[in-house]
Design a protein around this ligand. Structure first.
Ligand SMILES: CC(C)(COP(=O)(O)OP(=O)(O)OC[C@H]1O[C@@H](n2cnc3c(N)ncnc32)[C@H](O)[C@@H]1OP(=O)(O)O)[C@@H](O)C(=O)NCCC(=O)NCCS
Length: 158
C-alpha cells in the first residue's frame, strides 16, 4: 500500500540528501533552467512508513513541469502513483499541460511516460552541453552506455 503526501519543510534535508545521492548534486537543470531541487514543492511516496519515491514539480504559466521523479522500489506501482497524484494536483491548480524533460539515454523513462499518455513534444539536440555548464556533475555516459547528449520533452494535455 503506497501513501502519497505533500513534502513539508521538515523533509527538505532528506530531499537534499536523496537528490544529491541519486542525481549528483541538489541542482537539477532542464532546458537551461536551474532548479534548487530541495526548494521545489513535491510529493513523497511511502510504503510501510518508509519513503520509497519522490516527485518534485514546478508550476508556471499554466504548465506543471515534473522536475524529478524517482522510485527506489521499482515495478511496484510507486512511479505511477506519484505521476497520477501530480497530474491530479496540476489539474486542481488549473494547469493545462503536464510535462517533463528527460535525456536521450533514459529509454526506460521514455517508455514509462509514453505508456501513461505522454507524447514526445520536442527533441533538443546537444542540449546537454549547456546543461553540463550549469551542472558539471552530469555524466557523459548514461544508461546502457549511451552518450548523454540530447534533452527530450514529453507532455500531456490536462
Ligand atoms: C521511471 C520510474 C520513475 C518508474 O517508477 P516505478 O516505481 O518503477 O513505476 P511503476 O512501478 O509504477 O511502473 C513500472 C512498471 O512496473 C509495473 N508494475 C507496477 N506495479 C507493479 C506490481 N505491483 N508488480 C509488478 N509490476 C508492477 C508497471 O506495470 C510498469 O510497467 P509498464 O511501464 O510496462 O507498464 C523509475 O524506474 C525510476 O525511478 N527511474 C530512475 C529515475 C528516472 O529515470 N526518473 C525519470 C527521469 S525523467
Amino acid at each position: 500500500m503506497v501513501e502519497i503526501r505533500a513534502l513539508t519543510e521538515a523533509d527538505r534535508p532528506w530531499v537534499t540528501e536523496q537528490v544529491t545521492q541519486r542525481w549528483g548534486s541538489p541542482v537539477m537543470v532542464t532546458r537551461g533552467q536551474v532548479f534548487d531541487a530541495p526548494m521545489l514543492p513535491g510529493l513523497i511516496a511511502c510504503a510501510d512508513t518508509s519513503p520509497c519515491g519522490l516527485l518534485l514539480y514546478h508550476i508556471e504559466d499554466g504548465a506543471c513541469e515534473i522536475v524529478l521523479l524517482d522510485s527506489w522500489r521499482t515495478g511496484q506501482g510507486i512511479g505511477t502513483a506519484l505521476l497520477h497524484a501530480a497530474r491530479d494536483l496540476a489539474r486542481q491548480r488549473g494547469c493545462t499541460r503536464l510535462f517533463l524533460v528527460t535525456t536521450n539515454d533514459n529509454q526506460p523513462a521514455q517508455a514509462f511516460y509514453q505508456k501513461r499518455d505522454f507524447h514526445q513534444a520536442a527533441v533538443y539536440p546537444n542540449a546537454m552541453e549547456m546543461a553540463r555548464i550549469l551542472k558539471p556533475e552530469i555524466p557523459e555516459i548514461g544508461l546502457n552506455g549511451i552518450p548523454i547528449t540530447d534533452e527530450i520533452e514529453l507532455e500531456m494535455g490536462l
